[in-house]
Design a protein around this ligand. Structure first.
Ligand code: DX5
Ligand code: ZN
Length: 231
């Protein structure tokens, strides 16, 4: 299934609730929450208290993107704050296998994120254990950047590996996605699309609806192609 994950980092922080409602009503399934520690990435964003407050105003899936060193320190606290999916960076975590298990044992979905320059081969041994792989299409830390073209090739290679191994994990892309270029990521094999500025710059509801239309049309086309292939 194709999923839209508006990234709250791009929104107007004086008006969180109304913007979340707008994207929820537009059909976006995930809310992408970027947690930054000022160490793994230069910037600092928000953490558990904000996430816990937001939990009270929506039932959307909370997709927490941990741009934090040693993320295992916060897994339990993220669960308590209301996270549904915790995605941490391979580059920030020494014990990947243990951290994935820790997340899953708490009943959350586990995702691993890769910076643009990190090859997907680092995930070979744990690919069948994760629910999601996040391919960063910009260097993490800030919204509003342009996507790095070579990351599309990583998405294609990963989708091929996932299909060949008969896995069903989600492939998420994050950074520089716009209404105009969104189809490139979908065609490469991503099915969870993060969008910060493309959603929250301007009318969030309208922007999210336009992106949802692209995601749904692509999904419909793929389903039709598969049905034709089976006849
Ligand atoms: C960047 C964050 C993104 C960010 C994306 O490090 O992980 O989620 O909000 O913003 P846009 O969509 O504006 O590139
Ligand atoms: Zn993110």
């Amino acid at each position: 299934m194709n999923i839209l994950a508006p990234s709250l980092l791009g929104c107007d922080f004086t008006n969180l609730e109304s913007q979340i409602k707008a994207v929820e009503e537009a059909g976006a399934q995930y809310l992408h929450l970027d947690v930054m520690d000022g160490l793994f990435v230069p910037s600092i964003s928000f953490g558990m208290p904000v996430i816990a407050s937001l939990r009270r105003c929506t039932d959307m899936v909370f997709d927490v993107h941990m741009m934090v060193r040693d993320p295992e320190r916060y897994v339990q606290a993220m669960k308590e704050a209301g996270a549904d999916l915790v995605c941490f960076h391979q580059e920030a975590c020494v014990h990947l296998d243990r951290t994935i298990n820790q997340i899953k044992e708490l009943g959350m979905k586990a995702g691993v994120a890769l910076n643009p320059a990190t090859p997907i081969s680092v995930l070979d041994c744990i690919l069948d254990q994760v629910d999601q792989v996040l391919i960063m299409t910009v260097n993490p830390g800030f919204g509003g950047q342009e996507y790095i073209p070579y990351t599309l090739k990583k998405v294609r290679t990963l989708r091929k590996a996932v299909t060949e191994r008969g896995l069903s994990l989600d492939i998420q892309v994050d950074g520089g996605v716009t209404l105009e270029n969104c189809h490139l990521f979908l065609e490469a094999g991503a099915n969870v699309i993060v969008a910060g500025s493309a959603v929250f710059r301007g009318d969030a509801g309208e922007n999210a609806r336009a992106l949802m239309t692209v995601l749904q049309e692509r999904e419909k086309r793929v389903q039709e192609e598969n049905t034709c292939g089976q006849i």
